[in-house]
Design a protein around this ligand. Structure first.
Ligand code: GLV
Ligand code: MN
Ligand code: MN
Length: 421
């Protein structure tokens, strides 16, 4: 078949990654693209134009999930989809998410170049806000696509400045009804996401491809503490109700819980800490922490969540601090579809590329796509396993290898006539 002669245009891929990386609201080499910011909107426009240039039909839903479709010869059959995200946490790297978006587009272009005719349509998907930066919850777009977030939950979202998602999406030009974000059952035949590993295993073991068999279970808490503020010079130490000191104890408890829960896969991180009034000569009266807790299984993750809540209660009772705990999310882990995994494995074997099966400790849009269609992921190595940092790096050859596996997998899936089991 023609698509066996696939070649990946590394120059075009690098240019596309550069094009997206140039859309940033922080100085290079770091990139920052917060949902609906000018940088995010520029990157969306860049990708929209690149998809249109490849002859794909582009549509966007009411929160900005973007779909770019290469029409197959059987356009009424459920399509095969691939993609990831282009939003980036503050001062991030240039490969997280973007490799999967640019890679999906290049996979289509590579198939077009060899004259391949897809049977099922092949669609690039760019998920809105995979990162939790703006609304405090990860995978906003894919969560809504699969119905794990309802239109009411979307309407209730407020960002850190108190601005409603409803207003922000309207300002960004996304006016379609939220009721239409949910994808109908059976909409996709399969979904495959290409992503950098964001961990060290592939590089350490010298293996170019990871085939993801499961995605770890993420959860997060927002803990709000209220004490009593006052003058830093005139209020003597006994009897102070300093919210920051309680928060500091909570952060230490988070570490202690993760280390003590008895699962080597439990990780817990206090990634956000805001204090009020946040001035040198005033006792902190309020503190807000956001805590990320994960494991590859949900039982130890849930045990850690319970232990953190117990610790918050104990610390606050002792320090006379009032508190609220808001569980932002606690998602179950996802298991890859064996049929899609098999297609990826065959693609690796056909291309003579070594691969290893692995678990994703990071979350991805695939965590939610797995709820509505057969899903699996392809990982490629990244230098030192570094991610969520400006020095994140993936070598062009490794990216091209991942795209080749993706392209062949998408082609094979697009030719399948029966639904995945
Ligand atoms: C995704 O960015 C994650 O935090 O796993
Ligand atoms: Mn990320
Ligand atoms: Mn990502």
């Amino acid at each position: 078949m023609a698509f066996m002669e696939l070649s990946i245009d590394t120059v075009a891929v690098t240019a596309d990654l550069d094009g997206i990386a140039a859309c940033t609201s922080s100085p290079i080499p770091g990139v920052t693209r917060i949902l609906y910011s000018a940088a995010d909107m520029e990157a969306r426009a860049y990708m929209r134009a690149r998809c249109a240039a490849a002859g794909l039909a582009v549509r966007e839903d009411g929160i900005g999930n973007l779909f770019a479709r290469w029409l197959g010869s059987a356009p009424d059959l459920p399509a095969v989809a691939s993609g990831s995200h282009i939003d980036a946490i503050p001062n991030a790297g240039r490969y997280d998410g973007t490799v999967g978006v640019v890679g999906a587009l290049e996979a289509i272009r590579a198939l077009q170049r060899v004259g391949f005719t897809p049977r099922r349509s092949i669609e690039v998907v760019i998920f809105t806000a995979e990162e939790p930066t703006r609304f405090g919850i990860g995978c906003l777009g894919s969560r809504a696509l699969c119905g794990a977030f309802t239109p009411e939950q979307l309407r209730a979202q407020r960002d850190g400045a108190g601005r409603a998602l409803e207003d922000l999406r309207a300002e960004a030009g996304f006016a379609a009804p939220l009721e239409d974000v949910l994808l109908p059952t059976g909409f996709y035949h399969a979904f495959v996401e290409l992503h950098i590993e964001q961990g060290p295993l592939l590089e350490t073991e010298g293996v170019p491809i990871g085939v993801v068999r499961a995605i770890a279970a993420p959860a997060s808490l927002r803990v709000s503490l209220r004490g009593i503020g006052g003058h830093a010079g005139t209020v003597l130490m006994p009897g102070r109700r300093d919210a920051l000191l309680a928060a500091a104890e909570v952060a230490l408890a988070v570490e202690r819980v993760a280390l003590g829960v008895g699962s080597p896969d439990t990780v817990a991180t206090t990634g956000v800490l805001h204090i009020e009034p946040g001035t040198l000569n005033s006792i902190p009266s309020a503190a807000t922490l956001e805590i990320d807790v994960r494991d590859i299984a949900d039982e130890p993750r849930d045990a850690a969540l319970r232990a953190i809540c117990t610790a918050v209660a104990e610390i606050c009772d002792r320090r006379l601090i009032t508190y609220t705990i808001h569980q932002l999310n606690a998602d179950p882990p996802a298991t890859s579809d064996l049929g899609v995994v098999e297609v990826i494995v065959h693609a690796c074997e056909h291309l003579g590329m070594h691969y290893q099966m692995m678990v994703s400790r990071a979350y991805h849009g695939s965590l939610f796509m797995a709820r509505i269609c057969p899903t699996a992921m392809i990982f490629i190595p990244c230098r030192g396993g570094v991610s969520h940092r400006p020095d994140e790096y993936a070598a062009p050859d490794d990216i091209a290898g991942g795209i080749a596996v993706l392209a062949r997998s998408l082609a094979m899936l697009s030719l399948e006539s029966v639904p995945q089991a």
